[in-house]
Unconditional design. Structure first.
Length: 641
């Protein structure tokens, strides 16, 4: 059976085309072959896809439904057996040179101990565990320990506030929270345990908190609820058996912002997700067994899940975890690490590239980058200038640059060059992965598919194993968000251009989702935080182009009658946003206006607000449907340039 032969690496455009065509012609055969060759199954699946986008309203689709596995056996046991002493996690702490090497054998033992400790706290298969940590190896251990016993983890980014953490604990019904006393970043403490305490005040559902001791800072512990990580792990088994799971058992929930309401708990399942993370990681970056691979994202985002933890460990390569920032102690930190750790593949975000490029080439050239082979970027559109700098300066003009487009919901990379195979164009994510069928829809609401070059809304036509299955506890919301705009297609929320060569150029979100420094946030989340303050009658938040962050946040505020826009007010409003969302959420500009531009039916015309915030008041277009077109002139006049 040819489909059972291991896939040859893609090294040419012909190779890419062959595999893309094979996946298109027989997706089941393609993905069954990939999962059998890449993943350790207890019972190999014989079934591919069940269901499709037309039946998704009746329930989640499935991949590999008759397979049984525990994904930690792919990420840990098989490598602990074959290469026990090889470094699995290479940790670089906040201070340069504060380094740990954790081998596959050691990582497996740590995971087993925490898994056993979780079990002793009453956590069973299917239970939810929240992980609220910084970038320490223990964050990966916590994720894998949950997976070991079939518990469902939900990592909450350490920059989110107590309110945001509490919302997530409640939404998923978490019974245990794993945190650390403090996080370290850029020489400063991040009060993770204190925020956890605030979030959990009065939360009866959480029966235990496990606290990793990152520093010797004094840490108040709640009697009967809180346990030190080192205590519970010291008394735990180093050989906790892996719990057998169905391919479609949930592996994790990750909350992500959409255009409306609170963040959604996107659910990924074991078999399809691990297959897609492993396959894309290996294929896109051309991973070699002895590579030192570094993705400097945070495990609080999907990039950290798929390309710091699950993909690289499943592929058995050394994966770096980086606790600090690209600027600490100076703008040379990335390349300092590349030199010291002999990094071969390096993966970061456009916002970081732009920020360090602004500090000049000396911070780059003083370090040896000769080990680098592939440079990746993800999180937001990369402007051609930043792409070129990444390619020429850190990459010495000889490394492959892969601009990888994907989303929390897609589980892994979908549109990207394949390192060493795809000719690149600066600013283009180029071509789809095998198994991904991108389609552009006319943006005029006609629902028509566009052929050939053009610009439209990016959809994906056919299911793939790594895609999210549902929204936690709210399948109708999943269907409404992704499958209703364009029936029978997955709608990404992104705009996209396709050029004459069939290359894809992502233009950014076409909905009310903001992307600030690669952090995805909803305008609705900002607006509801602003509305909490009594002074505020109405609020509308939009994005505008920002040279480093990609997007800045522009808030229009209508005050209650009798209220005044004092000098203090923006600070108070910002404080409210921070309390409700977290330190990552910052309003860059406030404009106080007498009224929002609304249609006669009361709908806010965000297009107008967006154009003014973008500094393009002349591109506003038709305002004749507004209830009171004169507000536009007032808003234009008060523009915060
Ligand atoms: C991986 C991740 C998803 C949104 C997505 C896009 C934007 C991500 C790129 C990109 C242009 C890229 N997941 N995006 N990668 N835009 N080029 N290479 O970021 O769920 O947090 O965000 O990010 O708008 O819809 S995410």
């Amino acid at each position: 059976m040819t489909e059972n032969q291991p896939q040859a690496p893609i090294t040419s455009m012909d190779g890419w085309r062959d595999q893309w065509m094979a996946a298109r012609q027989n997706p089941d055969a393609f993905w069954l072959a990939r999962t059998r060759e890449l993943i350790q199954w207890r019972t190999e699946p014989t079934q591919g896809l069940h269901g499709d986008f037309s039946t998704i309203k009746d329930g989640p689709l499935t991949w590999f439904a008759d397979g049984k596995l525990n994904i930690t056996e792919s990420c840990l046991d098989r490598h602990a057996a074959a290469t026990p002493d090889k470094t699995a996690i290479l940790w670089e702490g906040d201070e340069p040179g504060d380094v740990q090497h954790i081998s596959f054998a050691q990582l497996l033992e740590k995971v087993c101990r925490l898994a056993d400790a979780l079990g002793k706290l009453g956590i069973q298969k299917g239970d939810r565990v929240i992980i609220y940590m910084g970038m320490v190896p223990e964050a990966a251990v916590a994720m894998l320990a949950c997976a070991r016993i079939g518990a469902i983890h939900s990592v909450v980014f350490g920059g989110f506030s107590a309110e945001a953490l509490r919302d997530r604990v409640r939404d998923c019904g978490a019974e245990v929270v794993i945190t650390q006393n403090v996080g370290r970043r850029g020489g400063r403490n991040i009060p993770l345990k204190a925020v956890t305490d605030e979030a959990l005040e009065g939360e009866r559902g959480v029966k235990g908190v496990i606290v990793f001791k990152r520093t010797d800072d004094e840490t108040p512990m709640v009697e009967g609820r809180d346990h030190w990580w080192h205590d519970v792990c010291a008394n735990a088994s180093p050989n906790t058996p892996a719990t057998e799971c169905d391919a479609e058992d949930a592996l994790f929930i990750l909350y992500t912002s959409g255009s409306t309401g609170k963040p959604k708990g996107v659910v990924h399942t074991c078999g399809g997700y691990i297959t897609y993370a492993t396959y894309t990681h290996k294929t896109v970056f051309g991973i070699q067994p002895d590579d030192v691979y570094a993705c400097v994202a945070d495990v609080g985002w999907i990039t950290g899940h798929s390309y710091i933890v699950y993909g690289p460990l499943s592929n058995g390569v050394t994966t770096l975890m980086f606790e600090s920032t690209p600027m600490y102690p100076d703008a040379g930190r990335y390349w300092d690490m590349v030199q010291r750790h002999k990094i071969n593949v390096f993966y970061t975000a456009p916002t970081a590239i732009r920020a360090i490029a602004a500090h000049g080439d000396d911070f780059v050239t003083k370090y040896d980058r000769s080990t680098l082979r592939v440079l990746g970027t993800v999180g937001e559109p990369i402007n051609p200038e930043a792409w070129q700098w990444y390619h020429d300066s850190p990459g010495e003009g000889r490394c492959a640059v892969v601009d990888t487009w994907w989303q929390t919901e897609t589980g892994g990379i979908c549109i990207t060059p394949i390192a060493g195979a795809t000719p690149t164009k600066p600013g283009s994510a180029t071509l789809p992965m095998p198994g991904i069928n991108p389609v552009l829809m006319q943006a005029d609401g006609s629902g028509k598919v566009m052929w050939g070059p053009g610009e439209g809304h990016l959809c994906i036509e056919y299911p793939w194993p790594g895609q999210a299955r549902t929204v936690w506890n709210d399948h109708p919301r999943f269907v409404a968000t992704y499958f209703q705009t364009y029936p029978n297609y997955y709608f990404t929320g992104d705009g996209c251009k396709r050029d004459d060569d069939g290359y894809h150029w992502i233009t950014g979100r076409v909905d009310d989702v903001l992307n600030v420094s690669g952090h995805r946030m909803g305008t609705a989340e900002f607006e509801s935080a602003l509305l909490i303050r009594d002074e505020v009658a109405e609020a509308a938040v939009v994005g505008y182009p920002h040279p480093i962050k990609g997007q800045g946040v522009y808030a229009y505020i209508v005050l209650q009658p009798g209220q005044e826009a004092t000098d203090e007010l923006p600070k108070l409003l910002q404080q409210e946003v921070r309390t409700n969302i977290g330190v990552v959420a910052k309003v860059d500009k406030f404009q106080f206006i007498p009224g929002l531009p609304k249609t006669r039916s009361g709908k806010v015309m965000r297009r107008i607000l967006r154009k003014i915030a973008e500094g393009q008041p002349d591109a506003i277009g038709d305002t004749s449907t507004l209830a009171d077109p004169s507000v536009v002139e007032t808003i234009k006049a008060g523009y915060q340039g």
